[in-house]
Unconditional design. Sequence first.
Length: 105
Amino acid sequence: MFQLVALWSAPKPEDRAAFEDHYLNVHAVKARSLHNVGRVETILIDEGLEGGAPAWHRVAIMTWPDRTAFERDEKTPEWLAVREDAGQMIARFGVSLTSSMGRDG
């Protein structure tokens, strides 16, 4: 499997509800519309380890059968829409997005 991990920083407290609404009802929907993605898992991080502050607000793990399937999705209008929406979220909510990719196992 080939996976992409996206780590979102926390929005300002006053923007949290709007961020969550957009993330769940727009951004995640766009991510799930990719033709070759097998799974999109999203996690709302609300606590850190052993009572510490969480390092991230949202984590998404997107899974493809292999890198070739990911690369096919990268060339689609749906991928462009996911990327553009992420940029709009960064600008609108003042959050950061850190992403990395790799193979399972």
